[in-house]
Design a protein around this ligand. Structure first.
Ligand SMILES: [Zn+2]
Ligand SMILES: [Zn+2]
Length: 390
């Protein structure tokens, strides 16, 4: 039974009993589960077999008063079993998507499987043994990622796949760097992860230890996957909920969703830079959407009702007052982008009066009649007057 196993496995959970369960309760829970998952009763079921092994292992420890005590002590040392690797081993990323934007969790709190690396665990162990100081907790790196949304996704919010890579504990060795999960203290830096070198004049500089890459631990039998570093670059695609109403160029911060911390440090943050594709028709002004709507000269002059498209909804009818000038902006309430509080901005409709380019004979005649009917003072007289003024 390695220390790693002690730390990673919650045998109480495996047996479904409380931490203060009595011997009898443990025995009872074990018997019930063992019957249920016994290989004889689950022929060919690999999952059941795996579970049965777990159950037996848990019983081996918890069913033995002495071993149970050792186990409890080991776990108490590691912060109440705060280190919870996911089912895959060292570094599963338990992404709590519902929480992404709530900000209700403290950093490194319930954020997932990355409470602390095994380096922390071993650092703690060796520290207890009095073998030198361990390196300080280090906060995980912030990661920046980008996502491109369609105009509509940005307005309505969307769940999008986000591919990101980060440094994570190597899965093969659970971040220990050692094939068997039993690294030893680095002899060069005696577990501190740092070495001092003379810099002349009695000064000395501290550098990360080259032999252990600052981890303070060194593999006895280097893990084949990570070559003993204990770290792996893991690329993962996760589904990220982008809230409604983001705008182009906005940087969203997802607390504690960056790279995992080291030596028990909190995880870094994840920043997502949002790019929003332009829409052929709609524009954005904060919570409001914009659209330019062409109307004919008679519509503008005589007034009337026009239909205006909305983003993702049925068209709205707008009453055009008689004598609406070109460039006038009207407001369709509640037809804009969603706000955080669930209400919506407005749709700002800008009127563009069309000038016909190609006239039929009848239209031309009508316009000439119109010109005669509206003949009056020069519409530019005032302009000329004003131009002279200053
Ligand atoms: Zn070292
Ligand atoms: Zn490894």
């Amino acid at each position: 039974m390695s220390t790693k196993d002690f730390v990673e496995k919650d045998y109480y959970k495996v047996l479904g009993v409380p931490k203060d369960a009595t011997e009898a309760e443990i025995k009872k829970a074990y018997r019930k589960l063992a019957r249920e998952f016994h290989p004889d009763a689950n022929k060919g079921d690999a999952k059941a077999e795996e579970r049965f092994k777990e159950i037996s292992e848990a019983n081996d420890i918890l069913g033995d008063a002495k071993r149970r005590k050792e186990y409890d002590e080991a776990r108490a040392l590691f912060g109440n079993g705060g280190f919870r690797p996911g089912p895959g081993g060292g570094g599963s990323f338990n992404f709590d998507l519902g929480d992404l934007f709530g900000g209700s969790h403290g950093q490194g709190g319930g954020a997932g499987g990355f409470g602390g690396g095994l380096g922390d665990v071993f650092g703690g162990l060796f520290n207890r043994g009095g073998t030198g100081t361990r390196t300080q907790p280090r906060r995980g790196q912030d990661i920046e990622s980008e996502v491109t949304l369609s105009f509509t996704e940005a307005v309505d919010g969307a769940t999008v796949p986000l591919r990101m890579s980060s440094q994570a504990p190597c899965k093969a060795c659970s971040g220990t760097g050692d094939k068997n999960g039993t690294p030893r203290v680095c002899p060069t830096c005696v577990g501190t992860g740092q070495v001092s070198r003379g810099a002349g004049g009695g000064f000395s500089l501290t550098d990360p230890c080259a032999d252990c890459k600052g981890r303070g631990l060194i593999a006895q039998d280097a893990c084949d996957v990570c070559k003993g570093s204990g770290r792996a670059t893991s690329a993962r695609t996760m589904q990220v909920r982008i809230p409604a109403g983001v705008s182009d160029g906005q940087r969203i911060r997802l607390r504690g969703k960056g790279a995992p911390g080291e030596q028990g440090g909190p995880a870094g943050d994840l920043y997502v830079v949002v790019h929003v594709d332009a829409h052929p028709v709609f524009g954005r002004k904060g919570d409001n959407l914009t659209i330019t709507v062409p109307v004919t000269f008679p519509e503008a002059a005589l007034g009337g009702e026009i239909k205006v498209p909305t983003l993702g909804g049925p068209p709205v009818k707008l009453k055009l007052p008689a004598g609406t000038p070109n460039g006038r902006t009207m407001r369709a309430r509640g037809k804009g982008a969603a706000r955080k509080d669930g209400t919506r901005g407005d749709l700002l409709v800008t009127i563009e009066v069309l000038v016909p380019g190609d006239l039929s004979d009848k239209a031309r005649q009508s316009l000439e009649t119109y010109r005669e009917a509206t003949a009056g003072p020069d519409p530019r007289a005032e302009l000329f007057q004003a131009a002279k003024g200053a």
